[in-house]
Ligand binder design. Structure first.
Ligand code: DD3
Length: 332
């Protein structure tokens, strides 16, 4: 671990997690989400490999912005067991509360190791209130590969994007410092060629193994890879170069150990770049979704209209409205 990361950890430990007051034992999520009042309606998805579970929960109470089902308000709760932090392991062995033998055979034995609460946390992500769209997003679905030609983009995908009212208020909140302002790692404030670099929601910043940051450009109206031309090269070069510099400075991870890429399709239509640790098999870094920023820059240098011309391949889930549009047009 780098010294700067260590120092930040110590600072955080001193004033509670990230400077936010930590709730006392017994009272759960203070202030915020009433987890203990939530009933689990169903498991949307789970993964033994990723040690995650996605829950559809319902909270009794007055926030009735949605009426997806029954009474109460829907929520998505994502629970995730996090990677080990190397500097905690000796503490973990020393402070365990119980070591229960499961079986023993020759020189081999297995145990259940029980830990005190503060060494046993679970990363919890909450979407609340959640709409039917949020619930659908996390349901396990079959996926289909689409080969989107330039024509398909013009006739199917673009009209679809424009007809949707995807809320990206959270993106504007970050850009306007109305949310997560204390989490910003780096900013180039230039309105045309600037961006904000910030840890992604998926990363708890406890260990560098699963490092995940996003660079969100200040410029509005660049929806995705499809909109990029040579005109955007200064912005893209800034994101690549200054993003990497900020990450080596803060976390000690050099550009040669980072995977820097865009998604197509993205999950929100405001241009952003993903920075993940190369050794981390990050969700969404597969060949059918990730486009390396260095390749994107090179392609645009070769041909300004590269991404307006090219057929782009991506996967869509069975329930996605865009898939239905592609099916109607006979493109699947
Ligand atoms: C999102 C894609 C979006 C559910 C979930 C996540 N990084 C975010 C709000 C704030 C953020 C992100 C949508 C939403 Cl779990 C629906 O992601 C975010 N803040 N990816 C950061 N730093």
């Amino acid at each position: 671990m780098t010294d700067s990361v260590k120092r930040r950890r110590e600072e955080e430990a001193a004033d509670g997690e990230n400077g936010v007051a930590v709730s006392e034992q017994g009272s759960d999520t203070a202030p915020g989400f009433p987890l203990s009042e939530m009933s689990v309606r169903r498991v949307l998805r789970e993964s033994a490999r990723d040690k995650t579970v996605f829950l559809h929960g319902q909270v009794p109470g007055p926030i009735m912005v949605n009426s997806a089902s029954g009474d109460g308000t829907d929520a998505v709760v994502i629970l995730e067991k996090t990677p080990f932090q190397e500097e905690n392991i000796s503490e973990l062995l020393k402070k365990h509360t119980k070591l229960q033998l499961q079986m023993t055979n020759d020189i081999y034995s297995t145990y259940r190791l029980y830990l005190p609460p503060e060494l046993n946390e679970i990363k919890t992500t909450v979407v609340y209130p959640a709409t039917e769209k949020h619930l659908q997003k996390y349901l396990r679905q079959e996926v289909y590969l689409i080969q989107e030609t330039a024509e398909d983009y013009k006739n199917i995908t673009l009209p679809f994007i424009q007809s949707q009212s995807f809320s990206i208020q959270w993106v504007y909140n970050i850009l306007e410092k109305k949310a997560e302002a204390d989490r910003v790692v780096y900013e180039n404030p230039d309105p045309a060629n600037g961006f904000i670099l910030i840890p992604d929601l998926k990363w708890d910043q406890k260990q560098l193994d699963d490092l995940y940051l996003i660079a969100i450009c200040h410029c509005r109206g660049i929806k995705s890879l499809r909109d990029l031309t040579a005109e955007h090269l200064p912005l893209l070069r800034n994101m690549a170069q200054e993003g990497k510099e900020a990450i080596v400075k803060r976390y000690g991870i050099p550009g040669s150990q980072l995977r820097v890429y865009l998604h197509y399709q993205p999950s929100y239509y405001h241009l952003h770049v993903h920075f993940t640790a190369l050794s981390y098999d990050a969700p969404g870094c597969s060949v059918e979704r990730a486009h390396l920023l260095s390749d994107v820059i090179d392609n645009l240098e070769l041909d300004s209209q590269y991404y307006q011309k090219r057929t782009l391949t991506f996967a869509l889930r069975a329930d996605e409205p865009l898939l239905k549009k592609c099916q109607e047009a006979g493109r699947v």
